[in-house]
Design a protein around this ligand. Structure first.
Ligand code: ADP
Ligand code: MG
Length: 555
């Protein structure tokens, strides 16, 4: 949209300081809503809308579901998405930290600091903190025990201790089983949720789980009982429907003519028989089809003893290809010996109301996490958390440093920033000190949410860190200030790195806006107006563009 068009649509304008303050307040207000959900003792929010009620304490789900009107608050809520997408955890912390940085900025503005000075100081502090972080991490001797602790810390507060350990262990085993020689292959893990049963009934299966629910009704329709389990199975995959694609032959015949109709049926039957013949020639035992299969053909396949699954999803087709080595064909006629795959076992299984196929081959590292839970909602939530946990494990393996949680890392970084800031001889010294205060909001909030005194806790934390206890944090279960590494309350270093970058980026964008212009028409160029390509690892994100946010005009 051109400048002229934009100006033609202006209906309202807020300028300068007022705009900055409005934006800051909106961002702080959002952070205040989220802050009570931080940490394992964080409270759930009850989200009510459209006659539905959802209870959650997950930062990203909350901001997803609330209707945020203020553009600046939207910038802050985007932080939750970038954070979750980058490392699979830390969404609430990112929002709480953004809110704290905005609160500090607001005070600095009142004291006469120019927004540019604040932006510069925030960038300096972020760069310093990023440089210090690797020194606070441990980089050696990480085994599955460490991985389990990382996942446990990230998912605590949702289940009791026993279930937390159980699910963390499941995630780690699933993740590790899918490793191949060249490292973890996330596409080798299939996560499949089935409502009904207990969360503790969830399990890791060796092999690929294929959802067959949608075709299970047709399986009961076939005239002969289908095998439950086929060993040493030869597997064919058809990437299309299996019906006759000869509409021409139908139109050539007049259906009124009984003879012709019979002729058509005979023609179809012989075609279908040819399909079956193709499969039997290649000794195919199991057939997966991406679309539907004609009922008559299904019956013929069953008589030939071929286990058949229809409406297999595209993503499952890709996985089948990897798991069995089968190449999907568009037409059965194209099937040749090289397109047929192999599995040591293909079995049909029933769990509660659900049916699925398990495809296992020794040559493949495919594993499936079968997640159970009382209701669809619980299963979906568990599924989402396990997906996040697997992302977390992947980001840990990409950068295998472990930092202490429970506010320990934030307190240590804050202390370092305060000391370091004294070497700065301009006003940014004060701004860097403000970032230190903002970082301490994390342990303060954790303490408060757990019902402990936040001032006393913070003072004790500072004292312990001053005496070299770099991993001292608050264990919210006991309220004790203690060594987080030995307590196993830990995070992958990348989580904290992204936290700093994401929060600084969002707050910087808000501080750079010095006017809000309301326009009549949507100012999006095209699409949904959101530009999600955040620059990863770009330090304190001081890009000069507007990040694609339509309301940040003229920067
Ligand atoms: P986020 O969305 O930011 O991950 P959480 O509600 O998961 O928010 O809280 C994460 C914070 O809780 C981190 O600072 C983490 O170190 C801390 N934490 C997790 N478990 C504990 C614990 N047992 N004691 C103290 N802090 C914990
Ligand atoms: Mg978390």
């Amino acid at each position: 949209m051109s400048q002229v068009d934009t100006i033609a649509n202006i209906t309202d304008e807020v300028d300068g300081d007022e705009a900055v303050q409005q934006n800051i307040s909106a961002g702080i207000a959002l952070a205040d809503v989220l802050q009570t959900t931080l940490g394992p003792n964080g409270r759930d929010k009850m989200l009510v809308g459209d006659g539905q009620v959802v209870l959650t304490n997950d930062g990203a789900s909350i901001v997803d579901r609330i209707d945020i009107e203020s553009p600046a608050a939207k910038l802050v809520s985007e932080v939750a998405h970038s954070q979750g997408g980058d490392v699979g955890d830390g969404a609430t912390s990112a929002i709480v930290l953004s809110g704290a940085l905005l609160r500090e900025a607001s005070e600095l503005l009142e004291d006469g600091f120019h927004p540019r000075t604040i932006v510069n100081g925030y960038a300096k502090a972020a760069t310093r903190a990023q440089a210090r972080l690797p020194d606070l991490a441990t980089w050696e001797n990480h085994d599955n025990e460490t991985r389990r602790r990382l996942v446990e810390t990230s998912i605590t507060g949702r289940w009791n201790a026993e279930l937390t350990t159980f699910l963390a262990d499941l995630a780690v085993r699933g993740y590790q089983a899918a490793r191949s020689n060249d490292g973890p292959r996330l596409e080798n893990v299939t996560i499949h949720g089935i409502a009904g049963g207990e969360t503790a009934d969830s399990k890791l299966l060796d092999g690929l789980v294929i959802d067959t629910d949608r075709s299970s009704t047709s399986l009961t329709d076939v005239p002969v009982p289908l095998p439950q389990r086929i060993e040493d199975a030869r597997v064919a995959v058809v990437d299309d429907e299996l019906t006759l694609q000869t509409p021409k032959s139908a139109s050539q015949l007049s259906v009124e003519d009984v003879d012709d109709l019979q002729q058509l049926q005979e023609f179809e039957t012989s075609e279908y028989e040819r399909y079956v013949e193709t499969l039997t020639t290649h000794d195919v035992d199991v057939l997966f089809c991406q679309k539907s299969i004609d009922d008559r053909l299904k019956a013929l396949l069953a008589r030939a003893g071929i286990l058949t699954f229809e409406r297999t999803r595209q993503d499952e087709i890709h996985k089948l290809q990897r798991a069995t080595g089968a190449s999907p064909v568009m037409r059965l006629g194209e099937l040749d010996v090289s397109a047929v795959g192999h599995a040591h076992v293909v079995e049909r299984r029933t769990l509660g109301p659900s049916e699925f196929a398990l495809v296992r081959d020794a040559a493949s590292t495919q594993v499936s996490l079968l997640l159970r839970g009382g209701t669809d909602h619980v299963v979906d939530e568990t599924e989402r958390i396990i997906v996040d946990a697997i992302d977390l494990l992947a980001s840990f393996d990409a950068r295998p440093g472990v930092v202490p949680g429970g506010g320990a890392t934030e307190v240590e970084l804050a202390a370092d920033l305060r000391t370091w800031s004294r070497g700065i001889d301009d006003r940014t010294q004060v701004v860097v000190g403000a970032v230190a205060d903002a970082l301490e909001t994390i342990p303060r909030t954790l303490a408060r949410n757990a019902g402990h005194d936040q001032i006393d806790t913070l003072l004790e934390l500072r004292h312990r860190h001053h005496h070299g206890d770099t991993a001292a944090g608050i264990d919210v279960e006991t309220g004790e200030v203690t060594d987080m590494n030995s307590r196993g309350i830990v995070a992958p270093i990348r989580l904290n790195e992204r936290l700093l970058t994401n929060a600084t980026e969002a707050v910087t964008s808000i501080l750079r806006i010095d006017g809000i212009i309301h326009v009549d028409e949507p100012v999006h160029e095209e699409g949904d107006g959101h530009n999600h390509d955040h620059q990863h690892g770009a330090g304190a994100g001081l890009q000069s563009d507007s990040h694609g946010y339509p309301w940040a005009i003229g920067h």
